[in-house]
Design a protein around this ligand. Structure first.
Ligand code: UDP
Length: 395
């Protein structure tokens, strides 16, 4: 029998948490599980996840519900958050009843309404946590306590996320399971042609392309990457630097600020501004090295395994999830967070050593095939769902 599973998600874009959700629901065994996805309306989202779900014929809707965000940390914000918490919980309760939901899966710790509504109706609730909130401390603390109280089971995207949660909620440990994201190793394949993308960027075969792929956000480290690029630009004249991804809705000023910084550093002719791309498998193939310079600990960093699967070496800041996925010196390099000089040195070394890039790339793909395939990811969630449904006598 196919059991309805309700997924309550925190956005409607197509970045990390959205893609991880999409990849899971579209591969679920539909004979056993019937997914239904609910997304919020609190920001002017581009709606990419909704469109992708429609393409896969996965039922979904968007409702007015609370998602924990920095913008709510003031009196007016708190009022708005509380209102959305109430209306969202009521709306989800209705959906859970109408759809006879057997299990609720909240995607990210920013989603609170799913936990409240499922507790109200006595439906088992899983949290899939993929964030490491450091500040404000109150938010970090509240989030961990909430997850601890309302997560019957707490799945974390990396050990780093689990350890972070335990700082505020030590007794959560027995309910934690680590399930890293998985990727389709056939989609992110070293055979993918990257040439068309390189040509469109005006990059020759002889040049070495370093890329940061991800949302342009305050902690993603695009500015650190550009400063490291400026340091080595003269020493490695065959290096080019690409920024892939765009700002989050409402933060368009960030794009302008980065462009001014690029002009100020005088590296405008070496930097490629690629914008948001829907063809990341080809983009990864067009890169020679992926850089993930996040200045705050990255919970996982899906782009790392996408690059590794494409046999590309990775340079990542040594905190959070990347410490678990990147093997320093084997599949890439880890550098001390925020250390522009160390990042520049790693980039220079890889720019000058083609054989090392190939060796690290191959080791990266082997690691992905062993640990980070989508098949492994889906099987782990299905096993967890079965275990919980069985506990509740639902199967
Ligand atoms: N991504 C994309 N187009 C872009 C930039 C990023 O599709 O222009 C995807 C990228 O391939 C990856 C995800 O967005 O799958 C980013 O995930 P990650 O875990 O690295 O970062 P997050 O967005 O979760 O902070």
């Amino acid at each position: 029998m196919s059991r309805p599973i309700l997924y309550v998600h925190s956005s409607n874009e197509l970045y990390g948490s959205d893609i991880i959700l999409l990849d899971l629901v579209k591969r679920l065994d539909r004979a056993r599980y019937a997914p239904f996805v609910v997304m919020p309306q609190d920001l002017p989202y581009d709606g990419r996840l909704g469109r992708a779900l429609a393409q896969e014929a996965i039922p979904h809707t968007s409702i007015d519900m609370a998602v924990l965000r920095r913008r709510y940390t003031n009196v007016f914000g708190l009022i708005a958050f509380s209102r959305r918490l109430l209306v969202g919980t009521l709306a989800l309760r209705r959906i859970m009843r109408d759809q006879q939901v057997a299990l609720v899966h909240s995607q990210t710790g920013a989603v609170w309404c799913g936990g409240l509504a499922s507790r109200w109706l006595g439906i088992p609730h899983i949290y899939y946590i993929m964030e490491i909130i450091q500040t404000p401390r109150l938010t970090r603390h509240l989030m961990a306590r909430f997850i601890n109280k309302y997560g019957d089971r707490v799945v974390v995207i990396s050990k780093a996320v689990g350890e972070h949660l335990m700082k505020d909620a030590p007794d959560i440990e027995s309910r934690i399971t680590v399930i890293p994201p998985g990727i389709d190793a056939e989609t992110f394949h070293p055979r993918n042609p990257g040439r068309a993308v390189r040509e469109a960027w005006g990059v020759s075969d002889a040049e070495v392309v370093f890329g940061v792929v991800g949302r342009i956000h305050w902690w993603k480290g695009q500015d650190l990457f550009l400063r490291a690029a400026a340091r080595i630009a003269h020493q490695v004249p065959h290096a080019r630097f690409v920024l892939v991804g765009d700002v989050v809705p409402g933060e368009e000023w960030r794009r302008q600020a980065l462009k001014q910084e690029i002009a100020r550093m005088g590296i405008g002719d070496r930097v490629i501004w690629a914008g948001y791309r829907e063809d990341i498998p080809q983009v990864m193939a067009a890169l020679d090295v992926l850089v993930l310079p996040s200045t705050e600990p990255e919970p996982f960093g899906r782009v790392i395994v996408e690059a590794m699967s494409t046999e590309r070496p990775v340079i990542a800041a040594a905190h959070g999830g990347p410490v678990e996925s990147v093997v320093h010196g084997e599949t890439g390099f880890l550098f001390p967070p925020q250390d522009e000089e160390a990042l520049a040195a790693a980039m220079k070394q890889l720019a000058q050593d083609a054989a090392l890039r190939v060796r690290m790339g191959k080791a990266g793909r082997e690691r992905v095939l062993a640990l980070y395939t989508i098949e492994r990811h889906v099987a782990a969630f299905q096993a967890l769902y079965d275990e919980i449904l069985e506990e509740r006598g639902e199967r």
